[in-house]
Design a binder for this molecule. Structure first.
Ligand code: NZQ
Ligand code: ZN
Length: 388
């Protein structure tokens, strides 16, 4: 078991009706000037926007709207930084999905720095402090509500880069599963695939312990079961709640304390796909997953495939180990196909024209040659071609 140093300062307030119950109390702990950040309008359609405005009617609220999926540095982060500085914002309230919250984290860190915001986001300049963040998360996927990172896109350079700082952990996250009743099916499914992949990135590693395997296998099985329930009944509270619990923990590291790092290769590959083509993150991951698995399967990595195949899919341990591994790869492919996810790059509008360019970009920027299952540029290109 490897050493770890773990601290998550975020207060999670989880359940039906928690915003009405506790938002005023929470926001009362901060100053009067609030920047409310949100996306393209889902919170207006659901009534959440009106509810928040009513609850906080005594506050001075400024707004940054229109934050897009795969949130953009220009204009969203830059606009948010400008508002925070001009209006001397005390606290940022993010209301929406992971993109809104990720963008908010970049704003919160950059606004209190004298450095160029891009240097803060790319971590050339360390973040020493940040404006406190409260969020009401409306999409079960990223786990951004319980982690210290975000991912920001810069369109001109085809970059989609992670930003981390312990200062941008949300201070408080409100997680009410009823808000996910309104999600389009596509986003529900993409969220499931994102979280399953977060878990797999932590499961496929060198050193690992039995307790973490059980924890992660249980979470994946819960997601696979509950997604089928919400596909039939989008407003099934218990299923939505269990999904949200799994996704909230998914990117925080808590599933794999004591494991060695795997290197997050599938995310590194997908981030290039969504940087170049602005596709939905979870869909890109579902496509990459079985092809990455197939590419890295060998005698050294085999043990993880056997554990995964038997633990998650109940494949018989009596079979030859290579066969268990191959069945596990097929099973994850079939699961995604069975719930209706796109399983080829062509289905999400990507052809082979930029495969080599993306493989080069990933190889240069992501350090996958150091991953648990190392990938060189040619490996990355082969995985991407297999996804076509
Ligand atoms: O913009 P609005 O109108 O709000 O609509 C959004 C958006 O169109 C909609 N939506 C959100 N909640 C809804 C809803 N529609 C109806 N009802 C609701 N309750 O869903 C669409 C997608 O939203 P988005 O925030 O982009 O999705 P998600 O939460 O999956 O976030 C994806 C982003 O997070 C990054 C991804 O790369 C991607 O940029 N990630 C962040 C991570 C982190 N912070 O730790 C880790 C992940 O691996 C991931 O990379
Ligand atoms: Zn992800």
């Amino acid at each position: 078991m490897v050493n770890f140093d773990y601290q998550t300062p975020t207060r999670l307030i989880f359940g039906r009706g928690v915003v009405a119950e506790k938002l005023q109390e929470v926001m009362g702990q901060y100053g009067n000037r609030v920047l409310m950040t949100y996306g393209g309008g889902s919170i207006k359609r659901s009534g959440l926007y009106a509810q928040v405005k009513e609850l906080l009617k005594d506050k001075e609220i400024h707004e940054l709207s229109g934050i897009q999926p795969n949130p953009k540095f220009n204009p969203s982060v830059l606009d948010g930084v400008r508002i925070c500085r001009e209006k001397q914002i005390d606290v940022i309230l993010a209301v929406g999905g992971g993109s809104v919250l990720d963008c908010t984290k970049a704003i919160a860190g950059a606004a209190l720095s004298d450095a160029d915001p891009w240097d803060v986001v790319t971590m050339k300049v360390p973040t020493l402090k940040a404006i406190p963040i409260v969020d009401i998360i409306t999409l079960a996927a990223t786990g951004s509500e319980y982690d210290s990172g975000g991912v920001i896109s810069r369109t001109e350079t085809n970059d989609k880069l992670p930003y981390f700082s312990k200062h941008v952990f949300p201070a408080v996250s409100f997680i009410d599963p009823t808000y996910t009743f309104t999600l389009p099916l596509k986003q529900t499914l993409a969220g499931i695939a994102d979280c399953i992949n977060h878990i797999m990135e932590q499961y496929f590693c060198g050193e690992h312990i039995m307790m973490n395997d059980a924890f992660m296998e249980g979470a994946i099985k819960s997601l696979m079961k509950n997604v089928r329930i919400v596909m039939q009944e989008p407003d099934n509270y218990e299923a939505r709640a269990e999904i949200f619990y799994a996704t909230t923990l998914g990117c925080n590291g808590i599933y794999s304390l004591g494991n060695s790092p795997g290197g997050w290769p599938m995310h590194a590959i997908e981030h290039a796909l969504s940087a170049y083509y602005d596709i939905t993150h979870g869909e890109g991951l579902a496509i990459v997953t079985p092809r990455w698995m197939k590419h890295i399967l060998n005698v050294r990595t085999l043990e993880r495939f056997v554990a995964f195949g038997t633990g998650v899919f109940g494949i018989s341990r009596e079979l030859p180990e290579m066969e268990i591994a191959e069945q596990a790869i097929q099973a994850i492919h079939d699961f995604y196909k069975g719930i209706g996810m796109p399983m080829t790059l062509r289905e999400v509008g990507i052809d082979e024209s930029r495969i080599d360019e993306m493989a080069h970009h990933i190889a240069v920027n992501e350090g996958l040659d150091q991953a648990w299952a190392p990938l060189q540029e040619a490996d990355i290109a082969a995985i991407l071609r297999a996804c076509l």
